[in-house]
Every structure is written in structure tokens, then in C-alpha cells.
Design a protein around this ligand. Structure first.
Ligand code: NI
Length: 166
């Protein structure tokens, strides 16, 4: 396994719409393993393939405190949503920024797992937020897109300044 570089907002590569995975082969499995390692090292609770510059609809998640609940979603689709909740979100591609975002409170999702089997997952609370946040990445959407234009611009300027100094 190896740790991958994480792209940072406002990198335009984070805006691409990712391609579905055809077959869950060894290459995809290696990407998944590398994404888990990268996510745990960061540390973060979710990572999406475009954040490590991979064009594939793959997401890794673990919202547990002790890294005991790794969840990998391949080609995820939302089947149903319910309710509404506002949660403070952050993103490994937008370091240091935490803002409230409103999303459905519960989701039902269908996805392939690491073995290529189709699964349905019902989630609520933090897991539901994380699934939706990571799935947004697959379509080039970031959590800052839910904020006001003014706030997003401020975050962008701060990020660009930080990257110039890095
Ligand atoms: Ni993110």
C-alpha cells in the first residue's frame, strides 16, 4: 500500500465527473487500499477517488473512532433520502475549513463492495453525511459549493494564499 497525494481546493481536477468502475479488478482494489491508507494517515473519515486524482467512482469511509468500520463504495447510487439535518463538515481537500451544511438526514445507497458485490446500505447521522459528501466529490461537487458565494470566495482566496506559501 502507499499513501497518495491529496488534491486541494480550488484545483480544477476536483471538478471532474468521474467514470464508473467497469470491473473491480486488482487495479481498483489497489486504489481502494491506497485510499484507505491515505484517509487514515490524514487523518480523515472519508475520501473520494478524485481527491487523489483518480478518475473512478470509488469512495472510502470510516466514521468509527477506532478505525473499525471501513466502508468502500464503488459506483454508489442514492436510492432514497429522508429528513433534513445540518452538520458541520470538513474536507481533506479544503484543510482547516469547517462549515455547516444542510443535507438529507438519512440515505439508502446501493453500491458495489471491494469484492464487486452489490450491496444496499441504510445510513443516518454522521455516516449519512459522509456518504453524501464523498459521493458529491464523484460529480465534482465540494461542500463549499453549499455555502454562500462570498464565503466560498473567501475560502478560495485563503487556500490559494496558503498554497503559494507552501
Ligand atoms: Ni471532501
Amino acid at each position: 500500500m502507499s499513501r497518495l497525494d491529496i488534491l486541494h481546493f480550488p484545483d480544477s481536477r476536483l471538478r471532474r465527473r468521474c467514470k464508473p468502475v467497469g470491473t473491480v479488478d486488482d487495479k481498483v482494489k489497489r486504489l481502494i487500499d491506497d485510499m484507505f491508507e491515505t484517509m487514515y494517515e490524514a487523518p480523515g473519515i472519508g475520501l473520494s477517488a478524485p481527491q487523489v486524482n483518480a478518475d473512478a467512482r470509488v469512495v472510502t469511509i470510516d466514521v468509527s473512532k477506532d478505525r473499525s468500520a471501513p466502508l468502500c463504495l464503488i459506483n454508489p447510487e442514492i436510492l432514497a433520502t429522508d429528513g433534513e439535518a445540518e452538520t458541520e463538515e470538513g474536507c481533506l481537500s479544503v484543510p482547516g475549513v469547517f462549515e455547516l451544511v444542510k443535507r438529507p438526514e438519512r440515505v439508502r445507497v446501493r453500491a458495489l463492495d471491494r469484492d464487486g458485490r452489490s450491496r444496499e446500505i441504510e445510513a443516518e447521522g454522521l455516516l449519512a453525511v459522509c456518504i453524501q459528501h464523498e459521493m458529491d466529490h464523484l460529480d465534482g461537487q465540494l461542500f463549499v459549493d453549499y455555502l454562500s458565494r462570498l464565503k466560498r470566495e473567501r475560502i478560495r482566496k485563503k487556500a490559494e494564499k496558503a498554497q503559494r506559501h507552501a
